[in-house]
Design a protein around this ligand. Structure first.
Ligand SMILES: [Cu+2]
Length: 665
């Protein structure tokens, strides 16, 4: 069996059931992988809800897994006929904005090719661009009193974009840092991070989602707030005085202003918060909750039969904030905090929050593109719960007795369901972590089945992925323009899918054509660990500029004649410009011990003509794009000659593009 056939058998093994010894070998390998994941959970005390499921269609996951992705074979098998192939010189049709996990960055991947187009440093210092090295980036990242970075680590999980009229407008992207509870914003026009805010009073900031319009003012049909969940319950204040009373720990849901990036308000809740979803009418945000038990150990977090999908009534919360119905902020900050705990919100007509019971430790909550439902997956239960948003609003009006009655379907879809995506044709796609599969199911059929219709065909298709999928996202899925073409799967393990490179493996991004009745796995690509989530945006939505304007930078050295060394006591400021293949000063002299600031403006206006600026032994390198200005500050503590040189290839005389830093003893 050659390696291509081997790959194909891996994708088909689950459904084909039969075949040669080689195929059986693959089946058992898959089984082993699934069992390993299962044992990991079961060994930790899990015993509930994992039986009696995984009975998908007899023949799922069909279609061709070949690398040619030919249309005719695909349509015969009932799969779509899309090709992932992008010829040299051709452009991808979708931008995928990708989190970089504990690399701390965000990436832009082109789909359907799977090519990594750009990496955007966010929470991670990056010597390519100078992020964390230049004064401008340090000011965004935050520094200690000595000028060094406050944090050099970050853990990005979820990237989400700003909305207008229920779809992406390409203006901003936000991403969380789970380690230090920070939210960063990336400008969609230049794909650079421009603001970072550290959330007060929380740890384990995980889920994030922008609102899609204002809950009250119909004129505001775009994103103005970004909601942030926090996973770890902590004592308040967290100053070491009350560490043992774990029952008193709590988490806070945070609203950040989309423009100013300031924290608008927080809500105290029971339990913890994981992912976030927002409704298309702006009225509701929700988080899935595990550990409503308030456990602080593994088994303690999994003892309850049901956790919650917790809804926030945004308009009421903001009314309460306005009316001053707030509790004092534990860290002494001015952020208004309202009480969203169950005990304080028993009357639906005044409640700020609504706790909808969902089976065991749900993971993931996602909004359907028709605006009607949120789907919350069971993780430790083989179910996905469909919540009707109109019924949640009814509960808030006092017209629905039990929040659980807002659940209108709860199909059994497979083992370890996590996240759900949609195709805009009424179908949902959910990752099954333990089964290493994607299940395609129909939402309306699930609702009918829940009402007792035994003929409703809920599960439409299942397909194997490699291996243990986490997030998935369909093209334009999280908008009203969900187009049902591509589905990208972020697999947590790649194991044998790529050339071995040692104990550390990449993750595996797989691409599924969902344009047909059956899903068709057409492509895969390794990704550097460890991305979590991504959104697929039609390329016409993103409108980037290729050249900055000098006026955007207050320090810009606008005229090359302004190039000079300016002294003020022991402070030396170097005003410098670049234009291929030269810097405006061939040398600049400072005294040992000086605090030196170099301001560099790139005068080149040619697209793609960037320059670098590196100083040996001073640990400095950064890049200036066309018409961009950046600055660095350092102490000239080493006497001698230091050749500053261009690190970013710019010209036939790139090697000659240098300047001398002379440090007089
Ligand atoms: Cu250069």
């Amino acid at each position: 069996m050659n390696s291509d056939n081997k790959r194909q058998s891996l994708t088909e093994s689950h459904s084909e059931q039969a075949g040669s010894g080689g195929l059986q070998e693959e089946v058992s390998r898959r089984k082993f992988l699934g069992m390993a994941a299962f044992t990991g959970l079961a060994g930790a005390g899990l015993s509930v809800g994992l039986a009696s499921c995984g009975k998908g269609p007899e023949k799922g996951g069909g279609g061709s897994a070949s690398h040619t992705a030919t249309a005719p074979a695909a349509s015969e098998a009932g799969g779509g006929g899309l090709s992932y192939h992008v010829d040299p010189g051709q452009l991808d049709t979708y931008y995928s904005m990708y989190s970089g996990g504990h690399s701390g960055e965000v990436r832009i991947i082109g789909e359907p090719s799977g090519r990594v187009i750009m990496r955007i440093p966010v929470f991670n210092p990056d010597p390519m661009s100078g992020w964390g090295i230049t004064n401008e980036s340090k000011a965004i990242l935050g520094t200690k009193e000595d000028g060094s970075l406050k944090y050099t680590t970050g853990d990005t999980h979820h990237v989400h974009g700003s909305y207008k009229d229920g779809t992406y407008d390409g203006k901003y992207f936000w991403v969380n840092d789970k380690i230090h509870s920070r939210i960063a914003r990336i400008r969609g026009d230049v794909m650079v991070c421009d603001k970072i805010t550290e959330l007060p009073n929380v740890q384990g900031f995980h889920g994030i989602f922008p609102d899609k319009r204002d809950p009250v003012d119909p004129k505001i049909n775009h994103t103005t707030r970004v909601f942030c969940g926090s996973e770890f319950r902590i004592p308040h204040p967290n100053d070491g005085t009350n560490m043992e009373d774990t029952d008193a720990y709590y988490g806070l849901f945070t609203c950040v202003d989309a423009e100013t990036m300031e924290v608008r308000w927080q809500v105290k809740v029971d339990g913890n918060m994981d992912l976030v979803a927002t409704s298309y009418d702006g009225k509701l945000a929700a988080v899935n909750q595990y550990n409503t038990e308030k456990g602080v150990t593994f088994s303690g977090m999994m003892s309850a039969e049901r956790d919650s999908c917790l809804f926030f009534n945004i308009a009421r919360i903001e009314e309460a904030v306005k009316a001053g119905k707030v509790i004092s902020s534990p860290d002494g900050s001015n952020v208004p905090i309202v009480d969203g705990t169950k005990a304080a919100n028993s009357d639906p007509k005044t409640a700020l929050t609504c706790y909808v019971p969902i089976p065991k430790s749900p993971h993931g909550v996602n909004a359907s593109p028709d605006g009607k439902y949120f789907v919350c997956s069971g993780k430790l239960s083989p179910t996905a719960s469909v919540i009707d948003l109109s019924l949640i609003l009814k509960w808030f009006d006092g017209e629905l007795k039990d929040p659980r009655d807002a659940v209108v379907a709860e199909p059994e879809i497979g083992l370890g369901p996590l996240h759900t995506s949609f195709d805009g044709r009424g179908n949902a796609y959910t990752t099954l972590f333990l089964d290493s599969q994607i299940v395609k199911w129909n939402v309306e059929a699930a609702i009918k089945a829940y009402k007792g219709d035994k003929n409703a065909k809920v599960i439409i298709d299942k397909i194997d992925v490699h291996y243990q999928p986490g997030h998935l996202n369909a093209s334009m899925n999280e908008t009203k323009e969900a187009d049902g073409k591509w589905l990208v799967i972020g697999n947590k393990f790649s194991k044998d899918r790529f050339l071995p490179v040692g104990p550390m493996h990449p993750e595996n991004e797989q691409l599924i054509d969902i344009s047909g009745e059956k899903m068709r796995l057409v492509h895969e690509a390794p990704v550097y660990p460890e991305p979590h989530d991504f959104i697929l945006i039609r390329r016409d939505v993103i409108k980037t500029r290729q050249i900055f304007t000098m006026d955007e930078f207050p320090l810009a050295v606008k005229d090359q004649k302004e190039s000079r060394v300016e002294r003020n006591g022991n402070k030396a400021t170097i005003y410098l410009t670049s234009m291929a293949p030269a810097y405006s000063l061939t040398e600049f002299k400072v005294k040992q011990g000086d605090e030196v600031t170099i301001i560099l403006t790139n005068h080149d206006k040619v697209e793609d003509l960037c320059h670098g600026f590196a100083i040996p032994k001073y640990n400095i390198n950064f890049v200036v794009s066309p018409q961009e200005t950046k600055s660095v500050t350092f102490i000239a503590d080493k006497p001698g000659v230091y050749w500053c040189y261009c690190t970013h290839f710019c010209h036939a005389l790139h090697l000659e593009m240098r300047s001398r830093l002379l440090v007089e003893p």
